[in-house]
Design a protein around this ligand. Sequence first.
Ligand code: MN
Length: 329
Amino acid sequence: MCPVPEELLAAVRSRGRVVLATHVNPDGDALGSQLALADILAGMGREVLCYLEEPVPHLYRFLPGSERVVTDLDRVFTFVEKAAGDILCISLDCGDLQRLGKSGSRLGAIHPFAVIDHHRGNNGFGDLAWIEADRSSTGEMVYDLAMELGRDISPAAATCLYTAIVTDTGSFRYESTSSHTFAVAGELVARGVRPDDMAARLFDNYSVGRLQLLQRVLATLEMYGGNRIAVIRVTASMLRETGTTLEDTENFINLPRAVDTVAVAVFLKEKTGVVSVSLRARGGCDVSRVAARFGGGGHRNASGFRMAGRSLDEVRDLLVPVLEKELGQ
Ligand SMILES: [Mn+2]
């Protein structure tokens, strides 16, 4: 672990207004980090604005502060104008400017632009970067930032940071889960977080429709490479039939990944005109390299990419041979 860069601390200490941004299709770490840092900075008397390209996913609306997330870019620039230069923009949990969404380049024009992230493929954008690829989550880094700033964590921020850590570590199971991760989680529990409540909200929260969707998705399972590659898919008609949305497919990929022979699990998702692909590895395979070949990115164990103008079958047929090669078959 590296110390928090001095220039980042200096920027946070000196700037009166802060815009916090995070990646599209936000997960628990993205939102948890953003909302926790908003709470910490507000506690320091800062004016804070949280920006997200789309509304907060239903699953994360219980997070304190989620109701204040702004999706209107005009409001961001009114906020920036009022700052008259006394501004800082911080991007959280995001490996490149484009992943902030269509307005990424406009946000990137705010200076100074700071980056706090743990994606291995982070391309080093921004004016001030604090990137640690071995960290479990951006939430863990935000906790350390708060400590470095001499701020305590409110119960609201603790809920957000625990969400960030427990979701990005697959409930403390992934390789990046360190003793420090547990130490931080312990401090959050000491500040009132209830792990059982959090598990109920984040994981044990299926609707009947979601279970019916899982039934359909698992029925699509295909195995390749001598049972080392598992492929599942979700189609638009499955979502229609079960009254669900793509948000309901969160964590489905962990089921094929849990098969003892599987090295890579693939989840193909049909969106309008685009196939979105999630890759999850266990063992040695570096799926961020595979995702990068298709124009995507992410972590060694969790990455993804999108492909336009191809069917689900076509994307599978392009991807599986690349994975087989990566696995040495
Ligand atoms: Mn993350």
